[in-house]
Design a protein around this ligand. Sequence first.
Ligand code: SF4
Length: 217
Amino acid sequence: MEQCKTSPMKNEAARIRRIFMLLKEHYPRARTGLRFENPYQLFVAVLLSAQTTDEQVNRITAPLFAAVPTVAAMAKMKAAELEPYLKSCGLYRNKSRYLVEASRMIMGEFGGALPDKFEDLTRLPGIGRKSANVILYAAFGKPALAVDTHVYRVSRRLGLSAAEDTAGVESDLKKALSPGEWGPAHHRLIAHGRALCRARRPDCARCFLKSCCPWKE
Ligand code: SF4
C-alpha cells in the first residue's frame, strides 16, 4: 500500500484529499457491521446500537426480527414485552420504550414507512443526529455523514476538524468532501478508528497516514 507522501504539506486541501484517497485504498469496502434487510430493520438496529457493539446488536436483532417483523407489529408491542429480547443490550429499558413509541409515530404520522428526511427522523424517540445520518445513507442512499465516537476522534487527530462537538466535526468533514463521499468517508474513518487509530494507544508506527497526521500523544 502506498504511504502518504504529502510532506512537507503543499497545502491543506491536498493533504485532506490525500488522507481520504489513502483511506479509500486501505478500506475500499468499509460498511456498517449491522445486519438489516430493509429500512425498518436498520432503524431498529441503529436505535439499539447506542453503547452496544454491532455484533451484540446482530445477536439481539436476529430473534427480534423473527418475532416482530414489521414496524406495524412493533407499534402494537408493549415496552415490557420487548425487554426480554433486549436484555443483553445497554439501556434496554429506554430502548424498548423508544422502539415502541417511535414505531407508533411512524404508523401514525408517516403511514407506516420510515421517513427519509433528517428533520422527520430526528423527531423519532431514540433517534438523534448520528442515527438519522446513518439511516439516511445506509437505508436510503442519501448523502449523509454520521459522526460517532470513532469518526470524531480520528477526524480530530488527523486535523480534519478542530470542532469540539460532533455537529461541528460533521460540518467540517462535509465541507472538505463532495456529498457522494460523505457516507463512504464515515465508514472508512470508523474502520481506521478500529484498526489503527484506536482510542487508547493508537498504532501510529504502523499507520499509513502517519506522515500526514499532525497528532502527537
Ligand atoms: S498517525 Fe496515529 S493518530 Fe494519526 S491517524 Fe494514524 S493512528 Fe491515528
